[in-house]
Design a protein around this ligand. Structure first.
Ligand code: NCD
Length: 334
């Protein structure tokens, strides 16, 4: 069984394969009824032990648009509160007949552990400071959409790199796709060692802002630290925040990304709705198509013919916009 636990196991062509597949699903998502029967009969469970708005709903939307059934596990109302272990929880849910688990946990390595306890596919929806592979894939997809390719693009990741699983996955994906990545953060918010990271480091945003194609702002992860890693948030914003003055110095063609949730007035010290080049909403929209690609790849197999009407025709009763419905109903219907 294939899993998506991190970016390390993906080479450039595997990453590009996901992005190309996401193009097909982005087309599905633009239809009047954005639903296809590709994963009919499959069950996808979101197993989230840590808070989430975007990632959980994005995966559930993706699964539903592929006609999979979805189940949501919420730790707050589960028997974990009665002391049930992680392993017993996973094995209990797996026994119901599950095809994929999307796992988020505050400890690094949990999705990998889960993959040893079940025959279902496991997708890492964010583990501790470690990895968040689908976020990195949707970020790369969004940047590719803006520039055609990441090759040679100058990308700055700004902020709390140390605690960020998004940064770790992004650096890996962006550099594998040929981008040049600079980390911009105070030393206290950089990882203890950058050995093996194919990146440059800059001590302030002002040093690099005029040369960027992509400005990627990270959230200050206050829940992952109780140490004072920056003197005050005000001083952080002064050196690393995107203020209106800094936004005006970005090149005309530059784009701005943020994984959400944003700290307005901290790293995002300008109204994002007024921000030229903001792709923050596009990231959320693209996330659904990218997660459809991942679910489809893991559960249906990448070799399935995407032009096969059985795989991508709309579910019963829906008609794609701008196409002749009769041309698409030759295959078996739901
Ligand atoms: C991120 C996460 O949870 O890792 N959010 C997300 O998934 N979009 C980033 C963050 O919490 O800062």
């Amino acid at each position: 069984m294939k899993h998506l636990l991190g970016i390390a196991g993906l080479d450039r062509s595997a990453i590009e394969g996901y992005l190309d597949l996401a193009d097909h699903f982005a087309e599905v998502n633009r239809r009047a009824i954005p639903k296809v029967p590709a994963l009919r009969g499959k069950t996808v469970v979101s197993l989230f032990f840590e808070d989430s708005t975007r990632t959980r709903l994005s995966f559930e939307t993706a699964a539903k648009r592929l006609s999979a059934d979805t189940m949501t596990f919420s730790v707050g109302t589960s028997s974990v509160n009665k002391g049930e272990s992680l392993r017993d929880t996973v094995e209990t849910i797996a026994a119901m007949g599950v095809d994929a688990f999307v796992v988020r946990h505050k400890s690094s390595g949990v999705p990998w552990q889960v993959s040893g306890w079940t025959n279902a596919a496991v997708i890492n929806g964010g583990d501790g400071w470690h990895q968040h592979p689908t976020q990195a894939l949707l970020d790369a997809y969004t940047i590719r959409g803006a520039f055609g390719s990441l090759e040679g693009r100058r990308i700055a990741l700004v902020g709390d790199i140390r605690h960020s699983r998004v940064a770790r996955s992004d650096v890996d994906v962006f550099t594998k796709l040929g981008a040049h990545v600079t980390l911009v953060a105070p030393p206290t918010l950089l990882p203890p060692s950058l050995e093996g990271w194919p990146v440059d480091v800059a001590p302030s945003l002002d040093e690099v802002i005029e040369e960027l194609d992509v400005l990627y702002l990270l959230r200050m992860q206050r829940e992952r630290t109780n140490e004072a890693l920056v003197p005050t948030l005000r001083e952080y914003t002064d050196r690393f925040g995107l203020t209106a003055a800094r936004a005006a110095r970005l090149p005309e063609h530059a784009v701005v990304l943020h994984p959400g949730p944003m700290n307005r007035g901290v790293e995002m010290a300008v109204d994002p709705d007024e921000l030229r080049g903001s792709l923050i909403t596009a990231q959320v929209t693209n996330g659904v198509a990218v997660r459809m690609a991942v679910l489809y790849d893991l559960l249906a197999g990448r070799d399935a013919d995407l032009t096969d009407p059985d795989a991508l025709v709309p579910a019963v009763g829906s008609v794609p916009t701008g196409t002749d419905p009769t041309a698409r109903t030759s295959g078996r219907q739901a």
